[in-house]
Design a protein around this ligand. Structure first.
Ligand SMILES: [Zn+2]
Length: 82
């Protein structure tokens, strides 16, 4: 699995909506790839924090989706080796 593929799937991974096979591929990639581990940690932390924030809960699903996309994009840009 490529780093970019792995990062794209973080959201679904956190939601637990992926197939067992895909989940295992992500886990395997995270074990091998330090970059994605760091990104995953940051990503899941942000999602968790934002979910506990009241303002965030008043945002529309579309808005949340855009925020997640922006986050994913900026994380990807930080990781220049990808
Ligand atoms: Zn990676």
């Amino acid at each position: 699995m490529r780093c970019s593929q792995c990062i794209e799937l973080f959201d679904d991974y956190i939601d637990g909506v992926l197939t067992r096979d895909t989940m295992e591929k992500i886990q395997a990639h995270l074990r091998e790839c330090k970059h994605c581990r760091v990104i995953f940690h940051t990503y899941s932390l942000t999602i968790r924090l934002s979910k506990s924030c009241e303002t965030f809960n008043t945002l529309s699903k579309e808005r949340i989706k855009k925020l997640k996309q922006t986050l994913t994009r900026s994380l990807r840009m930080e990781n220049k080796e990808m």
